[in-house]
Ligand binder design. Structure first.
Ligand SMILES: Cc1ncc(COP(=O)(O)O)c(C=O)c1O
Length: 453
């Protein structure tokens, strides 16, 4: 047995050792092939693995100029990337700043929101309102702003109490027991109620994923939800931070996830698809209104000192140049595939009726099971339905993301393959995923028979 010096995420679990990656496929040391249908959990490697032009661009930039510190200098690639991403993000976004991880960018957005209020003479605005069933990262405040209880409970006293939560806009199992549209968007109004309860002068920002990633796969708020959120934030002077770490850069069929609604956030937090996993890179894209208020700041946010920003920025631009030459943008979901998963969901629901809820939006799809479809009662957590799907998937050569940390999590899985998937790749994913669900269904129903709808 070889000695293992690497601290694993979970002791005792067997992790295949990946030695090669190309396009949408991975190979382990034993020669097994996997389709990476999560783009590297989740939605990271949007342009696919092993792209030479990106590697070449990074290498060339490192040789030309590898690192300078923002305290003394600016650099050309960072300027150029800021210009590209602000215009790509739409709306009135006018500045960008870069970091190295999603969690770090989330923390920076929270700091920026605080600076914004402080400069307007409101330093007491220090509470951030997040949502149930959300994930914003693994650093301490990012964790506090999110709602993955399995992770938060471990760190107890370290997790900031300067946060509050409002219910998720989860129509399938509405936490308020209501039905859309009769509910009149009561879940959005919960934000107003919470602001009033905390006292508007204490609230800094509202943070949410436009369409939820890991914590509630593909949970999509109903029409009108973010328009209402915008109104409420404006009414109380609260900033709206959109965590676009999963949804940004074409993952949901539009440039940014917020664009599915008719309302613009104040700050976008981006990572993952921004660099496609080739280099650790994240950022904030800030609206003109936010920038105007920050102009008086004696010292704006500090990007990470040891971040090799030029290669990171260049890597992103290399992707775009190449994809424009090929007649498409890698930051945009190819239109013909935008609704790929919808018919797939219908077919699978017929084959595996206990996969009661499925959501499909452009290049991501999510499946959640119900033991009893009428009451939407989930399978017992101990059955680890999602875990079984993940493990069977690997066995069938398909990487599937299993959601974790919430009461329904064991039932939910997520697929978000690289945006460069071909029609033939999708057919293969569909075949492997369908086979996986059927196998798990047979296994689970032995232990917990489903009651037909
Ligand atoms: C929606 C969302 N926000 C924030 C993060 C944190 O990003 P990172 O892992 O780069 O710190 C993630 C990571 O999965 C995420 O999915």
């Amino acid at each position: 047995m070889t000695t293992n010096y690497l601290l694993p995420r979970v002791f005792g679990q067997d992790y295949p050792r990946i030695v090669r990656a190309e396009g949408i496929r991975l190979w382990d040391a034993e020669g097994h092939e996997y389709i990476d249908s999560t783009s590297g959990a989740i939605s990271v490697v949007s342009v696919g693995h092993g792209r030479r032009e990106v590697a070449d661009a990074i290498a060339a930039q490192v040789l030309r100029m590898d690192y300078v510190h923002d305290n003394e200098f600016h650099n050309e690639p960072a300027h150029a990337l800021a210009e590209v991403v602000t215009s790509f993000a739409g709306g009135d976004f006018s500045r960008a700043v870069f970091f190295s991880s999603g969690s770090e960018a989330i923390e920076s957005a929270i700091k920026l929101a605080h600076d914004y209020h402080r400069l307007q003479g409101n330093p007491a605005r220090a509470t951030v309102i997040g949502r149930k069933r959300s994930f914003h990262g693994a650093t301490m405040f990012a964790m506090a702003a999110g709602d993955v209880s399995a992770r938060k409970s471990i760190y107890g006293g370290y997790v900031s109490s300067a946060t509050a939560k409002v219910p998720a806009p989860y129509c399938y199992r509405c936490p308020l027991g209501l039905r859309y549209p009769d509910c009149a968007l009561a879940c959005a109004d919960e934000l107003e109620r919470t602001i009033q309860e905390l006292g508007p002068d204490n609230v800094s920002a509202f943070i949410a994923e436009p369409i939820v990633g890991a914590a509630a796969p593909a949970l999509t708020p109903p029409a009108g939800y973010y328009e209402r959120i915008r109104e409420i934030c404006d009414r109380y002077g609260v900033l709206w931070i959109a965590d676009e770490i999963v949804t940004g850069f074409g993952r949901t069929g539009l440039n940014m996830g917020y664009q599915h609604w008719n309302a613009q956030p104040d700050i976008l937090v981006v990572a993952k698809g921004l660099s496609g996993g080739y280099i650790p890179l994240s950022g904030l894209i800030i609206s003109e209104r936010g920038c105007r208020a920050l102009r008086g700041a004696p010292r704006a946010l500090r990007p990470r000192a040891d971040l090799p920003e030029p290669p990171g920025c260049l890597c992103c631009r290399a992707r775009r140049r190449r994809d424009h030459r090929a007649g498409r943008s890698s930051w945009r979901t190819p239109r013909p595939r935008a609704n790929t998963w919808r018919p797939v969901c219908v077919t699978w629901r017929r084959a595996c009726p206990w996969w009661a809820s499925s959501v499909a939006r452009a290049s991501c799809g999510a499946w959640s099971s119900s033991r009893i479809q009428v009451t939407k009662e989930p399978f017992p957590r101990a059955l680890s339905v999602g875990r079984r799907v993940y493990e069977r998937g690997l066995h069938n050569g398909l990487v599937i993301y299993q959601s974790g940390g919430s009461v329904y999590a064991s039932d939910e899985v997520f697929i978000s393959p690289p945006l460069v998937v071909s029609r033939a790749d999708i057919d293969e994913i569909v075949e492997r995923f369908g086979r996986t669900l059927e196998e798990v269904q047979a296994e689970v129903l032995e232990h917990a028979p489903a009651v037909p709808a």
